[in-house]
Write a protein that binds this ligand. Structure first.
Ligand code: NAP
Length: 296
């Protein structure tokens, strides 16, 4: 069997189009332009690339982008004061603080200072609790993108065996909650899981979010399973630097029913879902109907 390739790049473009349509409607019918504020502290090169990309895509869908670039030695008090100002600003509907923060800043404190209604990353403890109890929340972008791709490809996920490899707060745990919300039978595996191969073999849905290059070989995959590869790992191959996932794509695509490639799978969906969360947050703030198909 040759797996269907789930094209995250193309799917993300459809999400951005839906967001852009909704943004246009908000402007025409209500005179509102959703605004996303992104805060970057320091000069981490990867974070700078992400922030630039987020800003560009925000503007492309017709929203306003507010970028706040702060020095690496910014004090916690200064950063918290900025977040409080953004919380109070009615033109800002979403706030994202780019992680990781420099070591002298307490990430949990910073994230939990964001107004949960503007927490478009879905990392605030209130949103984590709301998601965990099946209530309306802001959902973390990467797992939301994975869920959208799974629903698009499989339709109903009800009753399926899902194995999430990785238990991080930003991917693994919220992914498991979302799959549970869609009535999957969910296993969360991690570095202490015994006989991971056997655990993965029973899955109809595998979500790999580990950060170890090509760790999951094809012979761990149940024939016909849907494989979502969250991993982004840079390795040297054939004298070149290349990006690979946590799944060994070459062997897995011969067994899986469908698989996301790296790059071009989950990655593009993450920023698309950030834009989706921002327009959703804007609608909620103004008491307007939310766009359909852009939330969990
Ligand atoms: P993380 O915080 O480092 O968590 C990794 C998880 O993998 C941990 O729960 C860890 O288990 C588990 N793990 C490590 N080695 C393992 C092993 N040998 N067997 C089973 N589980 C193992 O990473 P993350 O932030 O969730 O990110 C995971 C990957 O996704 C990274 O490659 C990251 O770059 C990528 N990512 C991509 C996007 C995107 O937009 N596409 C977004 C976010 C992250 P323990 O808890 O036991 O240590």
């Amino acid at each position: 069997m040759r797996a269907t390739i789930i094209d995250g790049k193309a799917f993300a473009a459809t999400i951005r189009d839906k967001v852009a349509d909704h943004v246009a409607r908000l402007r025409e019918q209500h005179g509102i332009t959703p605004g996303l504020a992104v805060v970057l502290v320091g000069e981490d090169p990867a974070s700078q690339v992400y922030v630039r990309s987020k800003g560009r895509q925000t503007v492309e869908v017709g929203m306003t982008s507010y970028e706040h670039r702060l020095d690496a030695d910014t004090s916690e008090a200064e950063l918290l004061a900025l977040i409080e100002r953004l919380n109070a600003d009615p033109d800002v509907h979403g706030i994202l603080v780019q992680l990781p923060l420099p070591d002298h800043l307490d990430s949990d404190l910073v994230i939990n200072t964001i107004d949960p209604a503007k927490d478009v990353d879905g990392f605030h403890i209130s949103n984590v609790g709301l998601l965990g109890t099946g209530q309306k929340s802001m959902v973390p972008c990467t797992p939301l993108g994975c869920l959208m791709m799974l629903r698009d490809h499989l339709g109903s996920l009800s009753g399926m065996e899902a194995v999430v490899i990785g238990r991080s707060n930003i991917v693994g745990k919220p992914m498991a909650q979302l799959l549970l919300g869609d009535s999957c039978t969910v296993t969360i595996a991690h570095s202490r899981t015994r006989d991971l191969a056997q655990v993965v073999r029973r899955a109809d849905i595998v979500v790999a979010a580990v950060g170890r290059a090509e760790m999951v070989p094809g012979d761990w995959i149940k024939p016909g399973a849907t494989v979502i590869d969250v991993g982004i790992n840079r390795i040297e191959r054939g004298g070149k630097s290349v990006l690979v996932g946590d799944v060994d794509f070459a062997s897995a695509r011969d067994v899986a029913g469908a698989i996301t490639p790296v790059p071009g799978g989950v990655g593009p969906m993450t920023i698309a879902c950030l834009l989706a969360n921002t327009v959703t947050a804007c609608c909620r703030a103004r008491g307007l109907p939310e766009p359909e198909g852009l939330t969990a």
